[in-house]
Design a protein around this ligand. Structure first.
Ligand SMILES: *[C@@H]1O[C@H](CO)[C@@H](O)[C@H](O)[C@H]1NC(C)=O
Length: 516
């Protein structure tokens, strides 16, 4: 009975009641510069499309290509974005954060990738594909694949106003915060800073530091291609990894489809040892601790590790810690594993808290399974996600450099003992699950829609074709100003003439009177 219920739940949350596709499509997914977590947004969609009979090929940055009958994953194996060699804790010391990696690596990567035999071969037969799907973030280098083909993107980090503007939807910086540096928008200075950041971050990546250097390499190899940013502008649709029940509600175009949480799913049965450990946690409950797949725990400086070990010693809860190797001196209430089935653990009723690095996918899983969070952000959008958890009332966040044993234990106790955190996250979870169809079902529907309607030109906003001058009505304002000035000048000229006429008449009259 329970397994039947589970099956029904899974079916409802996955491909649901979509009619079968008209035919089998050939779909190419390009995400050569994407990390594990970005690829983890593509994989559920790739699998679901393959299960519907489509043929999927993926060009990605992985050292373990997926084995699946309907998916052929091609790894480029270039070292530039191999996160397994990176220590992301170190990037915290850089003024530009993890961003500096791209400035150096992007042009090198663009120079090499199209010379790899497996990429060359794929590029030569790209016209076979019915559709190209690219990761919108970091992957401009892959846009040549999309030239003259139906093309869509997945916004893996969720809403990014820079990409929204490309589709013709410029979001208002008066209330839409920057996607990396959270700024309070309650004061005019906050809004000034946010407006500046909106403009600056777009220019920084697209026109200054990254895209021009990639463009130079691509133009050298493909002199006949239009600029990468023009190819980008031709995208039919984007799947946004966000949803208004966990993220900010913003105005969307018909070509912007929210599929946030598409990888979330009901729990599968846990391995026996983990299940009995969690079952036995008693009324105190258990805590799940993981820093995700990119930021490996073993790159954590030892002083932080010691602090966590000491803090966990002082807590009465059981702690399930995802760490890449054993740690000496941990207390009996801690179980360490190299890999853990995160969603199945989060769904366990005894898990009271998730201590996380605040990666977007982890946070979405927390929202889906209704578990409050303590966020220890390391890089990228994680700090923003931590602040969001705190301001939304379903968690707290701490800064690594200011960490103490007391801060950890106090935050843990506050979140577990004060019911407001779990109440808030439960209500987020209920809203997230209360949808007409599942995010994955929407993703499948709209992906097939783009192929079915040959790039779906009816979805395209006319705003996408306007220049900045036209979009911001600067030309209209200039014309309006010109008309007002002209009218004022004409009025002034007429008034002057009239005054002069009246004046000369009255002068003439007085002169006449004098003569009499
Ligand atoms: C733009 O998209 C349409 C529809 O998907 C496609 O037919 C066309 O070739 C694309 N143009 C370019 C320049 O890529």
């Amino acid at each position: 009975m329970r397994s039947l219920l589970f099956l029904l739940l899974v079916l409802r949350w996955t491909s649901g009641e979509l009619p079968p596709p008209e035919r089998s499509y050939k779909i190419l997914m390009v995400l050569p510069v994407s990390s594990h977590s970005h690829r983890n947004v593509f994989l559920p969609l790739a699998k679901a499309l393959a299960e519907r009979g489509h043929k999927i090929e993926m060009l990605s940055n992985t050292n373990k290509p997926i084995v699946h009958p309907g998916i052929h994953e091609i790894a480029h194996n270039l070292p530039e974005f191999d996160v397994s060699t990176l220590n992301l804790f170190d990037t915290r010391k850089e003024p530009e954060g993890s961003f500096y990696l791209f400035i150096d690596a992007m042009p090198k990567f663009a120079r090499k990738i199209y010379h790899l035999p497996q990429v060359k071969e794929l590029y030569a037969r790209r016209k076979e594909f019915d559709l190209v799907i690219a990761d919108h973030m970091f992957n401009e280098v892959a846009y040549p694949f999309a030239y003259e083909l139906p093309f869509m993107t997945i916004a893996t980090p969720g809403m990014d106003y820079r990409q929204s503007a490309v589709l013709g939807n410029v979001l208002n910086p008066a209330y839409v915060p920057n996607f990396l540096l959270p700024t309070s928008l309650d004061t005019v200075f906050g809004r000034l800073k946010n407006t500046f950041l909106h403009i600056f971050t777009a220019i920084h990546w697209r026109l200054w530091k990254i895209v021009p250097s990639v463009q130079k390499e691509i133009s050298a190899q493909f002199p006949d291609l239009p600029p990468l940013l023009d190819i980008e502008r031709n995208q039919s649709l984007t799947l946004l990894n966000s949803h208004f029940s966990m993220d900010m509600p913003v105005p969307l175009l018909p070509s912007q489809i929210e599929v946030g949480g598409l990888h979330c799913r009901p729990a599968k049965p846990l391995p026996e040892d983990i299940k009995s450990w969690l079952d036995g946690a008693g009324p105190e409950g258990a805590i799940y601790f993981s820093l995700g797949s990119v930021a490996r725990g073993d790159s954590m400086p030892s002083k932080y590790r010691d602090m966590l070990v000491e803090a966990f010693k002082r807590l009465n809860h059981r702690i399930l810690w995802k760490f890449e190797r054993d740690i000496e001196g941990v207390s009996d209430n801690v179980m360490i594993k190299k890999w853990l089935p995160q969603q199945d653990i989060l769904a366990h009723p005894n898990v009271k808290l998730f201590i996380t690095h605040g990666g977007l996918l982890s946070l979405q899983e927390s929202c889906y399974h209704g578990k409050p969070v303590l966020v220890l952000p390391i890089f990228g959008d994680q700090e923003k996600n931590g602040i969001k958890a705190q301001t939304s009332g379903f968690g707290l966040w701490l800064v690594w450099e200011e960490l103490t044993v007391e801060k950890i234990t106090e935050s843990v106790r506050e979140i577990i003992e004060n019911p407001r955190y779990s109440e808030t996250i439960s209500s987020v979870s209920r809203c997230l699950k209360d949808q007409l169809n599942s995010p994955l079902e929407r993703a499948i529907f709209w992906t097939e829609y783009v192929v079915r309607h040959k790039g779906a030109p009816r979805l395209r906003s006319p705003g996408a074709s306007l220049s900045w001058v036209e979009y911001l009505l600067l030309d209209v304002l200039a014309l309006f100003f010109l008309i007002v000035v002209t009218v004022l000048l004409v009025v002034r000229w007429i008034v002057k003439k009239m005054l002069r006429a009246v004046f000369t008449k009255s002068k003439a009259k007085t002169a006449k009177k004098k003569n009499q």
